[in-house]
Design a protein. Structure first.
Length: 249
């Protein structure tokens, strides 16, 4: 039947009219509920369930604020399901301005995830004071560790902590940030300046040998993109492949 057959015009108009009435009815219902102070969760339980699931998912977060460093601000969160998120204002080059923070989602290895949650447990989920309180220690930035799950939560800010689990967690998160910053720059250079990739990948290999690089699995997607891109120099592709091998990818 032809799309514009007159025999279908009235029924189609009737259906469209009903759809419009239902749509505007929902909008009016939501507006009325908001005026009455009701939440979307009361109107649509799925919203409430989703929010509860998100807030109840165990997580360990680390925030660093350190002016005049690059990045001067970043946040990392590791979830119990091996996923994570990262945002920073890191400069993509020395001459660039601090970036507008954007959230980057990643997957972390089981080993690192288990290490992070075990250290959080040993640190008593950051309840109580963890900073040394000493004024004769150099300022290395304001750091905040936070633990959350469906039953408990804890958070503490420090410059330096004498607690061994906190020190180890700090190192883990700072190394993760180093890796994730490489990931940000590699993504940028792969798109706009492919000749700059080799120096970044070479620096990654050197830091990996020195033990200063975090979980490489977190940036496996961009390394895969580089390794599979035939327009990238072979030496750079080979470096990306070696790093992927270290990540078990």
């Amino acid at each position: 039947m032809h799309l514009f057959d007159r025999s279908c015009t009235r029924p189609e108009r009737h259906i469209r009219k009903n759809k419009r009435e239902v749509f505007f009815g929902i909008i009016l219902c939501m507006r009325a509920a908001l005026r009455l102070g009701l939440s979307l969760g009361l109107l649509f339980p799925a919203f409430a369930i989703f929010a509860a699931d998100q807030s109840g998912s165990p997580s360990v977060s680390f925030i660093l604020d350190f002016p005049n460093s690059n990045p001067s601000h970043y946040e990392i969160t590791i979830f119990k399901d091996d996923t994570g998120s990262y945002s920073s204002n890191g400069q993509l080059s020395r001459d660039a301005q601090p970036a507008e923070p954007q959230t980057y989602k990643f997957t972390v290895s089981d080993q690192v995830r288990q290490q992070v949650f075990e250290l959080a447990k040993r640190a008593h989920y950051f309840n109580g004071k963890i900073d040394s309180g000493r004024s004769n220690i150099a300022n290395t930035g304001a750091k905040t560790l936070t633990y959350k799950d469906g039953e408990k939560a804890g958070s503490a800010t420090y410059n330096y902590s004498p607690s061994a689990p906190v020190q180890e967690l700090t190192s883990v998160f700072q190394n993760l940030s180093t890796t994730l910053e490489f990931g940000r720059r590699l993504t940028f250079f792969h798109k706009y300046q492919k000749l700059a990739l080799d120096d970044e990948l070479k620096n990654m290999e050197e830091l990996r040998r020195n033990g200063s690089l975090g979980d490489i699995r977190t940036i496996a997607p961009v390394l895969n993109d580089i390794a599979n891109d035939h327009s990238v120099m072979n030496v750079s592709r080979a470096r990306a492949m070696r790093l992927l091998a270290l990540a078990g990818k």
